[in-house]
Design a protein around this ligand. Structure first.
Ligand code: ARG
Length: 577
């Protein structure tokens, strides 16, 4: 079996932990971050450890003295050139250049480019996209789809058994109103051409009527009760609404390259709600208040969560608790990750807290993001944040086509269109993924499609250029195989690029463990910039044999990492742009 290549920083972190333990026997180091991280500034070595400062604070002593003690005790690993103490007590680590070359050689011979199998035997459920039946997706669902799918890909790449579950909002009191409205005023033509919009129109109209007209309200209620009791006709109508909505959403998922293992909507857990509430009551967590059953979480600063309304209906919190219990029993996941917009933070805190109190062992994580600001002029907006997603994707592809026509005027039109699809969709996704999801982002086409900034087209173009150097070499030296030559890092810029390349696995691990695809995007952008100065500063095809092959190997590895890294964000890399 092939040995997994463990990143140099991971090995160094373990080494630092051991050395500190040897220096300070009896001191509890469990709260001190001992990790070795890439140096913030290249002048200060390749990587660094900040533990001496943290430890000195704990021991109330001088940090430089702590670092000095470390240095005296340290037995350097074979791949370390030297360590130095700097500033207030940084331990700066300089790697042997040959060790970097070895690391790259190992990465190159590994299909997974050195990614560790962190998730072995662990299941992670990612609950994402999760739009509502009979309502259009809003910008929050789109961001959830794109961010959730990137997390899905990152975790899978690290060997986790990922279950992507689309937790559709497919149950609730609205269905009584929709069934009644559908019977009374559905527009058959509109249902064919724009089903979700028509269902929404029916819902809104029926809802407004229920506000004014008591008889209407009672009739809707009766339809709901019939549905809940399993009435055949109402059940069939409900199924039709789900189907119509999903067929529209699936078109969008297909364009985005997103797929799910399950589409278990809220209705899937419906018959578990009464049992869930009974359990909460039995454990003393729920009590009656104003006719409703509530979990009082005031003492924990989380307000009050209703788990059964005064009319006997269950709600979002109840369903989510039942869902956690069900998923935990069926899949024994180590973690469930939920991706939604920021407005649901309290909801998640509440039911996570309740789940913990009833002894659910699963780690529950809410990955939330802010809403993206869409300039009015750019998209047809409704109610501020509802956009027509398909129109947005069409526009992205049309604008990307202009870009491709300029960059590859001679190419045939079908190919231009195919590339424009990858570039347009990539641009939309990357805009979402490259930002800190919790900061307010304003979308502009200029930024999304910029060829010279931190954008998908820039990275896709970089990939195509790099791949073409590799291909030119193959055409010019058909009987040579660069892999028969060693990687040699003589120029400073070569070494810098090599160091960045070795960090691909660490970037993936960190993006997944922080649930931040933007970490991956930052890494790829930084890598492509470093490559660009490498490319400008050393000869490639004109270099002597030896350095030439080594450079082609660096070039091939950069291309492989860009391709794989972008794939982890769900972004395609055409060979030409
Ligand atoms: N359907 C919900 C909405 O549109 C999102 C569901 C998120 N997932 C969950 N398990 N609560 O707001």
């Amino acid at each position: 079996m092939k040995k997994e290549s463990i990143s140099l920083e991971t090995q160094l972190s373990a080494w630092c932990a051991e050395t500190f333990a040897a220096c300070f026997p009896g001191v509890d180091l469990s709260t001190i971050p001992l990790a070795v991280i890439p140096s913030r500034n290249e002048e200060f070595g390749d990587c660094q450890c900040e533990a001496a400062m943290k430890l000195a604070k704990e021991l109330k002593t001088n940090p430089r003295a702590v670092a000095q003690q470390f240095k005296e005790k340290a037995v350097l690993p074979a791949f370390v050139e030297k360590i130095e103490i700097a500033g207030p007590g940084f331990i700066n680590i300089y790697l042997k250049t040959a060790a970097l070359a070895d690391q790259l050689t190992a990465m190159q011979s590994d299909k997974k480019l050195g990614l560790p199998n962190l998730g072995k035997n662990q299941t992670v459920i990612i609950d994402y996209s999760s739009p509502n039946v009979a309502k259009p997706m809003h910008i929050g669902h789109i961001r959830s789809t794109v961010i959730g799918n990137a997390l899905d890909r990152l975790y899978r790449a690290l060997g986790y058994n990922v279950i992507a579950d689309n937790h559709l909002g497919d149950w609730g009191t609205q269905f009584g109103l929709i069934i009644l409205g559908y019977r009374e005023f559905a527009d058959a033509e509109a249902l064919k051409t724009a089903p979700v919009e028509e269902l929404e129109r029916i819902y809104v109209k029926s809802y407004n009527m229920s506000k004014e007209d008591e008889t209407w309200r009672d009739r809707a209620k009766a339809e709901l009760v019939k549905l809940q009791q399993g009435d055949k006709e109402n059940r069939a109508l409900w199924e039709k609404f789900v189907e119509l909505t999903l067929s529209e959403f699936n078109r969008i998922y297909k364009r985005l390259g997103v797929s799910f293992d399950f589409y278990r909507g809220e209705s899937f857990y419906n018959d578990q709600l009464a049992g869930t509430v009974a359990r909460l009551k039995k454990e003393g967590l729920a009590s009656v208040s104003d006719g409703a059953l509530v979990c009082d979480l005031e003492a924990d600063g989380l307000n009050v969560a209703i788990v059964r309304k005064s009319d006997g209906g269950y709600n979002y919190t109840t369903t989510d608790i039942a869902t956690v219990i069900s998923r935990t029993a069926e899949f024994q996941p180590s973690e469930i990750i939920y991706v939604t917009d920021e407005r649901q933070q309290l909801h998640f805190k509440q039911f996570f807290h309740i789940c913990k109190k009833i002894g659910v062992p699963t780690k529950l994580t809410h990955v939330w993001f802010g809403l993206m600001r869409l300039p009015e002029a750019t998209f047809s907006t409704r109610e501020g944040n509802v956009i027509k997603l398909e129109a947005l994707l069409n526009e992205a592809e049309a604008r990307a086509l202009e870009v491709v026509k300029t960059s590859s005027p001679g190419m045939d039109e079908a190919q231009q269109r195919e590339i424009a699809r990858a570039v347009g969709i990539g641009a939309i996704k990357y805009t979402d993924l490259s930002q800190n999801p919790q900061s307010l982002v304003t979308f502009t086409w200029e930024k999304a499609l910029a060829m010279d900034g931190n954008s998908a087209p820039y990275l896709q173009y970089a990939y195509a250029r790099i791949a073409s150097v590799r291909d030119k070499y193959a055409a010019q030296f058909p009987d040579k195989n660069p892999d028969d030559f060693p990687i040699i890092l003589t120029e400073e810029i070569e070494r810098r690029l090599a160091l960045k390349l070795t960090r691909f696995p660490a970037a993936v691990v960190s993006a997944a463990s922080l649930d931040r695809p933007s970490v991956m995007a930052d890494y790829l952008f930084d890598l492509s910039q470093t490559y660009s100065s490498f490319y400008q500063n050393v000869p490639f095809l004109k270099a002597d044999e030896g350095p030439r092959e080594s450079r082609i190997r660096l070039c091939a590895l950069t291309a492989a990492i860009l391709k794989n890294g972008l794939a982890l964000l769900g972004i395609e890399t055409p060979e030409r742009i």
